[in-house]
Design a protein around this ligand. Structure first.
Ligand code: SF4
Length: 255
């Protein structure tokens, strides 16, 4: 659901400062700023198919377990007929299945889209604008009370549909934050998110999310990370160890 473009200016969300980072916080902020700058030379921020928060939610359901291309095909087919909670809630489920078939798991996804649409319609009317006017924590809790909507999806909707300055944590961001030493090995999703947000410059959290995901796909993979080719290996504790150990053996490996 992504292609390169500028990210709209987000509103800042406050995070607590009482979490106790491993290293000096100012130094960590400078390190994160360098990482974002460096990654910005290699990767581009993408834009989602839409900024409409409800349709953003629809696209995240469609994107589960499939690639960008299939998601886009299914999204375009579906939204050419049904674009609002009301239309989707009252649509024939078989028709939705046919429209979103290219995205795979179309029966499950069709059922989920109907459930979400009904819940949005009942609670907030024909869209999510009411939710986006709420403070961040309340808005997040409301989105997470919708069927099948988790923390990451809620944060994606708030960041890219609501313009809030939050840093959604997916599996790549979670893994890389720990390797980079911004979070501890035992930290759960919420602590990783708060720690990352504390060290990420205001207004750059959406961008950091997108760059770290691309870093995770191309270099900092779950298995066999490519430390030797990683563009930020001199800013990463594991990369620095790798560089020292492999000064004379450029193809060695550390995980
Ligand atoms: S140096 Fe290695 S561990 Fe560090 S960010 Fe790059 S690929 Fe990941």
């Amino acid at each position: 659901m992504y292609r390169s473009s500028m990210v709209s200016k987000p509103t800042t969300v406050r995070t607590t400062t009482a979490l106790g980072l491993n290293l000096n916080q100012k130094r960590e902020r400078r390190r994160m700023a360098k990482i974002i700058n460096r990654l910005g030379r290699e990767f581009k921020p993408w834009h989602h198919f839409t900024k409409d928060p409800f349709l953003l939610l629809v696209s995240t359901v469609l994107s589960q377990n499939t690639n960008w291309r299939n998601t886009k095909i299914a999204y375009d087919r579906l939204t050419s007929k049904f674009r609002t909670p009301k239309k989707l809630a009252t649509a024939d489920e078989r028709e939705i299945e046919e429209l979103i078939r290219p995205a795979g798991l179309y029966r499950v996804k069709s059922g989920r889209l109907k459930e979400i649409s009904r819940a949005v319609l009942e609670r907030y009317g024909n869209g999510l604008d009411r939710v986006l006017r709420m403070p961040y924590k309340k808005a997040r809790a409301e989105l997470m009370s919708l069927p099948g909507v988790g923390r990451k999806t809620a944060d994606v909707v708030l960041a890219f549909g609501g313009g809030m300055d939050v840093l959604p944590v997916d599996t790549h961001v979670f893994r890389i934050s720990k390797r980079l030493g911004f979070a501890s090995p035992e930290d759960d999703h919420e602590r990783v998110k708060l720690k990352l947000e504390m060290v990420t410059p205001a207004g750059k959290r959406g961008r950091a999310h997108m760059f770290l995901i691309q870093l995770g796909r191309r270099y900092c993979r779950a298995r066999n990370p490519l430390h030797h080719r990683c563009p930020i290996n001199d800013l990463c504790p594991i990369g620095i160890r790798y560089l020292k150990t492999n000064r004379d053996e450029p193809h060695g490996s550390l995980t």
